[in-house]
Write a protein that binds this ligand. Sequence first.
Ligand SMILES: *Cc1c(COP(=O)(O)O)cnc(C)c1O
Length: 532
Amino acid sequence: MAAEIREDVQFVFDTNILVDALLARGPFYHYAVDLLEQVRDGHHEGWYAPHSLTTAYYLISKTLATETRNQRQARQITHQLLNKVLAFLKPLPQVGDEIKALPEEDGDDLEDLLIVELARTHLPNPLIVTRDKTFLQRGGIQAAHPKEILERGPAAWGEERQSIPFIDLAAQQRSIRPALDHRIAGVLRHGQYIMGPEVRELEARLADYVGVPHCITASSGTDTLLIAMMALGIGPGDEVITTPFTFIATGEMIALLGATPVFVDIDPHTYNIDPDQIEPAITPNTRAIMPVSLYGQCADFDAINAIAEKHGLPVIEDGAQSFGATYKGRRSCGLSTIGSTSFFPSKPLGGYGDGGALFTHDDHLAKAMREIRVHGQDRRYHHPRIGLNGRMDTLQAAIVLAKLDRFPLEVEARARLGERYNRLFQERLGDRVVVPHIAPHNTSVFAQYTLQVEQRDAVQEALKAQDVPTAVHYPVPLHHQPAFTTGQARCPAQGLPVSERISQRVISLPMHPMLGEGEQMRIVQAVIEAHG
Ligand SMILES: *Cc1c(COP(=O)(O)O)cnc(C)c1O
């Protein structure tokens, strides 16, 4: 089983292969075209070395000029041909210090040596596609003729993969590396590290994506919850109704403000707050309702908003796990008074550090949250309210911007992989496991793909033995956390039986947009074997 799983390989196209394919010449050009088409259609990753483009340009335009006897036209056609492949091939970074590390005794030409050094430095599993004999024989890096690659099958070239990552941020990084480098270099160039132009650009793009007028970025998904409640004036003596089946931050920020988290139970199918439990928990001290859109699926906002409206309460969505999800066609974070999300690296839209964002339709709340984010300041050194240092770094905004272009594709991939997991488990294990139930009016971004199983510890052990990592989100509901058992929280006298039961049974499997179908199958097989 394990032997079938291979690392994805990155095809690096040598100049001669690009020239063959674009001119449609040489005895083997159709192999080159075929492989390039597979890359274009998204089946494999393809790269080129920018420094080799001048050679390709020279060779193609020279050939065309000899034939057409028209230099200008030859150059035009060369541009068009190159643009065709550059639209889907990714450039290796420009040559930097690699040039100093070139082996002295190597007799190859500089162009080839640089391709090898760049590919080795920047790609995890490169394969040079070439018909150059010296290249094919030089060693130190995988290289193969396109004919050989196609005959063996392009997917068969990777190294055998030993273990499956829970979330593969490295694969995602490879797919956006040029955009990331470009964005980060832009910040290093202008030097506005605090509240630079990327912060404003990100806020505009996110507001547009969610479909609300205001987005305020912040230092983390925890701080966004804090800022949201501060803007609503929540403090000591107040109560906020929320779910116990969530990450600690949700209840923690309520308590940090001196308010009381009031936990009510969850829906046994979606694991989100059960709207029917909210109204009985409302008291004269209730100041807000804070549903969490858990595992990537929105809570039932129409029902929640109706109760809130009846009692004149604001609703804060903790959408740390659901950015990109939709509820009745509308996007998470735009469904209530305030929406909050996180850019923690493992979240659906994750950065390379901490970050978060707030969303609202309300102009006054937007102004308040902007001020609170910067020490309650409305203009320089003038502070009408108490706030904090809750800004998102410009560098972090630049990184999230680089990821945002690919995000819609990733949201689709997540939905597809989630559905495929569901189908495979239902076909093979029937009701021996409970697969995620996505309400018909929802689309999920599957921040987690979470099953309910009978013998969780045994299943987790069995998967570990097969090198399949798992996690439990969350083993202890918040009303049983020591920090909340000392009095600064409330829950119904009979406890919260659904949350308590579900927290004993859930197990999350590897899930990320680059998860391969082979890998996914291996995970499914391991879960089946764990069930004997
Ligand atoms: C991750 C998470 C948070 C906190 O976000 P950070 O950016 O890590 O501070 C809050 N609520 C939920 C539901 C989360 O999953």
